[in-house]
Design a binder for this molecule. Sequence first.
Ligand SMILES: NC(=O)c1ccc[n+]([C@@H]2O[C@H](COP(=O)([O-])OP(=O)(O)OC[C@H]3O[C@@H](n4cnc5c(N)ncnc54)[C@H](OP(=O)(O)O)[C@@H]3O)[C@@H](O)[C@H]2O)c1
Length: 387
Amino acid sequence: MVLRIPLSDDRLTATKTIVVVGATGHFGGRLCRRLVGERNTELVVSSRSQSSAQSLAAELQSLDPSATVHAAQLDQAAPYFEKALKDLQPDIVIHTAGPYQGQDYRVAKACIDCSSHYIDLADGRSFVQGFGSLHDRALQRDVLLVSGASTLPGLSSAVIEQFADRFAALHEIEISIAPAHQTPRGTGTIAAVLSYCGKPFEVLCDGNWITMHGWQNMRGQRYPTLGWRLSGACDVPDLGLLPGYVDELKTVTFHAALEAKWEQLALWTMGWLTRVGLVRNWTRLVPAFRWLSNRLIGLGSDTGGMRIRLAGIDGEGLNKSVTWLLTARDNHGPEIPCSPALILARSLAAEQLAIRGAFPCLGLISLSEFDTEVAELAIDWTADESS
Ligand SMILES: NC(=O)c1ccc[n+]([C@@H]2O[C@H](COP(=O)([O-])OP(=O)(O)OC[C@H]3O[C@@H](n4cnc5c(N)ncnc54)[C@H](OP(=O)(O)O)[C@@H]3O)[C@@H](O)[C@H]2O)c1
């Protein structure tokens, strides 16, 4: 866990400019609504469309008339992107414009070039896993770059850190997320989860690397607060990162458990169509999926959850497990992926985070910081320990 530097009351930090790339998106918008009015900050909300950025800026300004909010047009695919970002003179850039699968590090490199810190919500496995390649360049410019400051691996690694001391050896980590059906689906998220539908990926299982396929490997998952759900395997950064992060780890799995069984079965079937070669890539159908899923959003509940089961050996050589179970009610679940990025952005803006370099978001936030960040939301968790 990276220590925060306490600020004395009389030491006010200089005003920091925080630029959000993808601010009009599902998670970008939520993040901006929670960030607006942060002490000693100015917020720049960006979109590929100037008018969309201006509408969002006006909405945020009305939430907090004392805040300073600007609008900017930024397209990370445009030739002018680096110059346009530099002109904004950012201190911190939060990049929420997924999908990250297939993206390069253009936004992060542009941040290094203008000596800005950088945070993203990436869930692309190779994107997050390869992020350390920017480490030396980030050190040279004295900036912090963090990838995956979201549920995975930001929050998941905070949970592992919290309970790791219960184990002499931690052998198994099983993670699952069960979103509420009423959660709106952003284009970036749908594109991300369809990008690996039916595609093979490697998973550490009982000490061996085995192949799973996206949305296959169907399992039943019991959530005490949600009931039984079907779940499918997803290709997420934790699968590649945790074996190098936790000594003696033998198994790490991730499953997503959708509330609507028909939706889970549809993804499982689509995965098979890809495996047998009938459909190579589902991402062309992202707009259709978004249209359909947002029309059917009323067919489920506003409650979702996340479970992480840790298992291994305790100090006396006995089997030990910890099951961490989060429940998010009142449609507050989508606030979770924004929270690790917000924690880091607030710490950087307050000059409380001294670490520099480029890292995947492993152990960079603590579970108590997460609790503080979501304290006013209908989000709580329990941990059940057994020997
Ligand atoms: N790591 C995790 O645990 C985790 C959890 C949840 C979500 N995520 C990821 O978070 C990402 C965001 O998801 P979301 O549902 O919020 O997506 P979204 O609603 O589609 O938002 C992304 C926004 O990015 C902007 N954008 C698109 N292309 C751009 C470009 N070339 N340059 C600049 N901006 C661009 C778009 O705004 P304009 O059209 O206005 O430009 C769009 O609204 C996804 O990739 C998702 O997988 C990760």
